[in-house]
Design a protein around this ligand. Structure first.
Ligand code: MG
Length: 302
């Protein structure tokens, strides 16, 4: 693990560097407060810093303050090093955002132990952040297809509707329903059914743009949000997606399985409610099924 050293005294700096290397850390040395701050603000900055109190350009507590201000999500572990051991200085040092405080002259074993505590803290913090991010991902994604789940896609739709209302652009909302999907499950089993669902999602993903948003609405129903400046472009786009699904079968462990999809599309530009646009797309989907499936039906905006 890399550890930043900020120390203006060359002898102290060399000593610290040698000790950290001996303890199998990778020291990154800086000579003043400004250099230390720059190094700690780099994207791949060290996660632990040992900062001298008195340094040219910027003192240790000021460096701590600025680092903590800038890195609130996953802050590094900061140890202030100083000849001061007055109680008020310790308080001031810790208030600046330092996590620990060591008085010079320090005992090497004590410093090692304290750097070790810092290492445990940053490792624990990283693990917590990874867990938090993983939970946030799980809360918004469908575990089978790895696209947004129902709640997340509806939240996205709410946001896109608000954006379209502000900018006067269109949002196309398509509800996709795989045709006769129950037959796939009945004939090949649920595992193959799941493969078809994943294959269908990958097929759609190959043909949508970065700013289109796809989610699983439930079962074999999916929702695609297409932000567009023009209404006519929405129509063409869903038509192409429908044709792409029918164009090639989906490979599964039970062999290639041909599927088609029915799509109900609603477009809106001004202030439609989420419920209204979903109801319109749903009615269009019902019509597409009634018309014989493997097609797109558009609900004209009212
Ligand atoms: Mg100094």
């Amino acid at each position: 693990m890399r550890v930043l050293i900020a120390e203006d005294d060359p002898t102290s700096r060399l000593m610290l560097e040698a000790m950290l290397k001996q303890w199998e850390f990778e020291p990154v040395t800086t000579n003043d407060g400004q250099e230390a701050l720059t190094a700690m603000q780099a994207p791949d900055a060290p996660r632990i810093a040992i900062l001298d109190w008195n340094m040219p350009k910027m003192d240790g507590p000021e460096v701590c303050r600025r680092i903590k201000e800038a890195r609130q999500d996953n802050p590094p572990y900061l140890i202030l090093l100083t000849a001061r051991d007055d109680e008020s200085d310790i308080v001031a040092g810790l208030e600046s955002g330092a996590n620990d405080f060591i008085s010079k002259p320090y005992n090497a074993k004590e410093l090692r132990a304290r750097v070790g505590v810092g290492q445990k803290m940053v490792e624990l913090q990283s693990a917590l952040i990874n867990t938090r991010d993983a939970l946030a991902y799980q809360a918004t994604h469908d575990p089978l297809t790895d696209i947004l789940n129902r709640r997340a896609i509806l939240e996205n739709l709410e946001r896109e509707l608000a954006r379209a209302a502000r900018s006067g652009s269109y949002v196309g909302v398509g509800i996709f329903d795989l045709d006769h999907f129950k037959q796939v499950n009945d004939k090949y089993g649920h595992q193959v059914g799941d493969e078809v669902l994943c294959g269908f999602v990958r097929r759609i993903q190959e043909h949508i743009r970065k700013y289109d948003i796809l989610g699983r609405f439930g079962g074999e129903e999916f929702l695609l949000i297409v932000p567009e400046p023009k209404k006519t472009a929405v129509k063409d786009f869903f038509g192409r997606l429908c044709a792409e699904v029918a164009a090639r079968p989906i490979p599964t462990q039970a062999g290639d399985i041909a599927v088609t999809v029915s799509i109900g599309v609603a477009t809106c530009s001004t202030g439609s409610s989420l419920d209204a646009i979903i109801a319109q797309a749903d009615a269009a989907l019902y019509q597409a099924k009634a018309n014989g499936r493997n097609q797109v039906v558009y609900c004209e905006p009212t």
